[in-house]
Design a binder for this molecule. Structure first.
Ligand code: FAD
Length: 476
């Protein structure tokens, strides 16, 4: 069919990568549309923007982490500060409804941003039809539109395991895990990655007995080993139970619950009965139904669209960003790529520094890092100095009842340039921003050491870690 509309830029997918790319392209003066096929429930049946992140990822998980954190403080920490409230009770449907209201507010907010920036929202599934002259044809739902540039931002979905049917009632992926209507007495989780740890923390705080089964032999292999060790110690102390090096044989719904059969690292067969199971074993890029092969768009064996450092695909004027391409599956990485691509289309020098993307795990304590780990520096033969300061030495952390964890800074032994900053402790997700700025500006540890940090703040621990690189901490 003949295209009914013509755009300079068409974005396929309205997640954090896609909606940011669309807004930035429109800001740069391009006639821009964004199509969204939207599998998420919407009360009005309208397409919901925000993708995985807003609907079933970052935002709802952080809302539940906050509620469950308050519950845990009320249950266990208030009395130590002289506050007597009795044993708290959790109203799970109310907690979930609050989370849903936040999600709705934010997804509606993106529609407002589209209107403000004059981005056209096209409801419907996008797929490639072909190219005529310099113009791409893309089917969106029932109609075909034409666009000079196409940005694929179709994101990812939960990876499932063979023989483990996810019904999002008893056996859940992230979608079901974020809308449980009662606290499961026993909760099993397959996968000790970020999502497994965050979901395990939520339900453990609310009273579940949580067992996390992990295929890898060790905990958080991507993190700095000292951080991983401290995290495992603290999370185990909180009551999360871990088994590493396991092989899952099956999980079947039995009665109201689920029976999981698995083998431990030494081959012993085990059974675990639970009320609910969460499968969090990674995510797969969404390229199904894009008709990538019809136009010759290169997709690798992992299902990722192949791109260069500037998110160019093998096809002219077709770009791909976010979870559907290589690199960390993080919302802020997707957004940065969206901005970069829109600016490249405008002939500007849009750029993403893949060496300065922060990682955060929103457990309590939070875990955050940027740059290289000690393992990576050793493997690369880099000579470095480390400064490590515990939150126990910080007055603000003690006042908050959060005197645990540490900041570790790694700097080049010769040039003093900061190579990595690793934090486990209170508000690590916010503290890491200073380290990201330092890395982006190629700061030396000495630069941070000579910057005045407000007292008393948690940021003083980052300051002291910088001083500790030069073996001159003042408060430890
Ligand atoms: P997505 O957010 O997946 O969006 C893609 C969109 O494209 C979807 O809305 C989909 O419906 C649409 N779409 C797909 N195919 C088509 C098509 N053919 N036509 C039209 N529309 C289509 N990241 C963080 O940085 N911080 C966190 O705290 C965090 N927490 C998370 C917690 C959980 C439980 C999960 C699951 C993920 C979390 N993430 C977090 C990861 C984050 O959600 C993703 O990295 C991010 O959403 C990727 O953005 P994206 O735009 O690439 O894709």
């Amino acid at each position: 069919s003949q295209p009914s509309e013509q755009y300079d830029v068409l974005v396929i997918g309205g997640g954090p990568g896609g909606y940011v790319a669309a807004i930035r392209a429109a800001q740069l003066g391009f006639k821009t549309a964004c199509c969204e096929s939207n599998p998420y429930d919407d009360p009005k049946g309208e397409p919901r923007l925000g993708g995985t992140c807003l609907n079933v990822g970052c935002i709802p998980s952080k809302a539940l982490l906050h509620t469950s954190h308050l519950f845990e403080l009320a249950a266990h920490d208030f009395s130590a500060q002289g506050i007597e409230v009795g044993a708290p009770k959790i109203d799970v449907p109310k907690m979930i409804a609050r989370k849903d209201a936040i999600v709705t507010q934010l997804t509606q907010g993106i529609k407002g941003l589209f209107r403000k920036n004059k981005v056209t929202l096209l409801p419907g599934h996008g797929r490639f039809v072909g190219r005529e002259g310099d113009t791409w044809r893309v089917a969106v739902g029932e109609k075909t539109v034409a666009a000079t540039h196409v940005i694929v931002a179709t994101g990812s979905k939960a990876r499932h395991l063979p023989n483990i049917p996810v019904d999002n009632q008893v056996i859940c992926d992230n979608v079901g895990a974020l809308k449980l209507q009662a606290v499961p007495k026993k909760l099993a989780i397959i996968g000790a990655g970020v999502i497994g740890l965050e979901m395990g923390s939520v339900w453990r705080r609310l009273g579940s007995e949580v067992t996390i089964l992990e295929a890898a032999p060790q905990f958080l292999a991507a993190a700095d080993p000292e951080i991983a060790k401290e995290a495992q110690k603290l999370l185990t102390k909180q009551g999360l139970s871990f088994a590493f090096g396991v092989t899952i044989d099956s999980a079947e719904v039995e009665g109201d619950g689920v029976l999981i059969r698995y083998r431990t690292a030494d081959g012993a067969e085990q059974r675990l009965a639970a009320d609910r199971l969460i499968v969090s074993v990674g995510r797969v890029p969404n390229t199904d139904g894009l008709d990538a092969d019809k136009v010759g768009l290169t997709v690798n064996e992992r299902g990722q669209i192949v791109v260069d450092d500037h998110c160019r695909t093998n096809l002219p004027n077709v770009w791909a960003i976010g979870d559907v391409v290589r690199g960390p599956m993080l919302a802020h990485k997707a957004m940065e790529e969206g901005v970069m691509v829109a600016e490249r289309i405008a002939g500007q020098a849009g750029h993403v520094n893949y060496d300065a993307i922060p990682w955060v795990i929103y457990t309590e304590p939070e875990i955050a890092w940027v740059g290289k780990t000690e393992t990576e520096l050793k493997a690369a033969g880099v000579d470095y100095r480390a400064g490590k300061i515990p939150f126990l030495a910080n007055g603000r952390a003690l006042g908050m009842g959060a005197g645990y964890g540490f900041v570790k800074m790694l700097a080049d032994a010769k040039t003093d340039r900061i190579l990595g900053v690793h934090i486990i402790g209170p508000n690590a997700s916010e503290l890491i921003a200073e380290a990201v700025v330092a890395l982006e500006f190629a700061a030396a540890a000495e630069d941070l050491a000579r910057i005045c940090h407000a007292h008393p703040t948690l940021s003083e621990v980052v300051h002291e870690a910088a001083l500790a690189v030069d073996k001159r901490p003042l408060h430890f």
